[in-house]
Ligand binder design. Structure first.
Ligand code: SF4
Ligand code: SF4
Length: 286
């Protein structure tokens, strides 16, 4: 069973909720699909058994022995990746979009495109089970493809180890990596917070998620910071035929636990938020 935890935006506490679930279960595969900003590995400190390079895109490289410094490529690059520095053409690896244009128009064929493989997929074990995550190198693209690789590897590991639950920690927002995370997932859980922007983001991400599965559920984090909006979100869930799995109180110890490399349920098992998380997990994991 693949459970995807997502949020319409960053800062809702999605990763701390996922971290709690990942440490409440005894045997689980955790897949961090937020490849642009993976962070769960910092809490779980996994021992990696596998490291696979990911070729996300291509970058332009200039051969100075062929370049006449005519400047044509510099004037046509839409991404301002090319500049002349000290009489030599220089191409910025982070600004280059890999569009190939300069390599086609260079009159001396001085520019070639090379595959980049700075991004990685990691697969290993952490204290409660197995963990798979991807890390996209700065400026790299194709995060949706790397998310798909993370999910494929998670399924392979779950099959090998006979593990029933795969927990997907999705990226924030509604872009391509989110779609790659939720496509084909058995259940999608949206973590939201009770603010008007939180409700707007919930609505947007729900519209995306509901296209991929009928099983979309909601967790309201920090419910006590705005009880009126919490009620509105629960009303919204009712009118959209979406189950509200529960409310989590605001608790600064969540951050304290994360800084210590633990989930709140590990470090403060008797806190009200930990008890609420356990109740929610019992509902989800059956
Ligand atoms: S177009 Fe080719 S020859 Fe002209 S500056 Fe660029 S790399 Fe050099
Ligand atoms: S490949 Fe495209 S983005 Fe990269 S340097 Fe050439 S023209 Fe610019």
């Amino acid at each position: 069973m693949e459970l995807a935890v997502i949020s319409g935006k960053g800062g809702t506490g999605k990763s701390s909720v996922t971290a709690a679930f990942a440490t409440l279960e005894k045997e689980i595969v955790v897949a961090d699909c937020d490849v642009d900003a993976a962070n769960l590995y910092l809490i779980f400190n996994p021992v990696n058994h596998k490291e696979i390079p990911f070729v996300g895109s291509q970058k332009a490289v200039v051969d100075h022995s062929k370049c006449t410094v005519c400047g044509i490529c510099e004037s046509y690059c839409r991404f301002d990746a090319i500049s002349e520095i000290g009489g030599r053409i220089s191409i910025s690896e982070t600004s280059c979009d890999g569009c190939y244009f300069c390599s086609r128009i260079c009159p001396t064929n001085a520019i070639t495109m090379v595959k980049t493989a700075g991004s990685r997929l990691y697969s290993g074990a952490y204290r409660n089970g197995m963990m798979v995550y991807g890390r996209l190198a700065p400026g790299e693209e194709n995060s949706g493809k790397l998310v798909s690789m993370v999910r494929d590897e998670s399924k392979r590991v779950a099959g090998d180890k006979n593990i029933r639950i795969i927990l997907l920690d999705g990226p924030p927002g509604i872009g391509c990596p989110v779609i790659s995370t939720v496509t084909g997932a058995d259940r999608i859980i949206i973590v939201t917070e009770p603010t008007m922007s939180g409700l707007a983001d919930l609505t947007r991400v729900y519209e995306v998620a509901a296209r991929f599965t009928g099983e979309v559920e909601v967790i309201i984090n920090k419910h006590d910071i705005n009880p009126a909006v919490t009620d509105r979100i629960e009303q919204w869930c009712l009118s959209n035929n979406t189950k509200s799995l529960g409310r989590l109180p605001f608790d600064q110890r969540v951050t304290e636990a994360m800084v210590a490399g633990k989930s709140v349920t590990e470090m403060f098992p008797d806190a009200a938020i930990s008890i609420a998380l356990k109740e929610i997990w019992n509902k989800i994991s059956k």
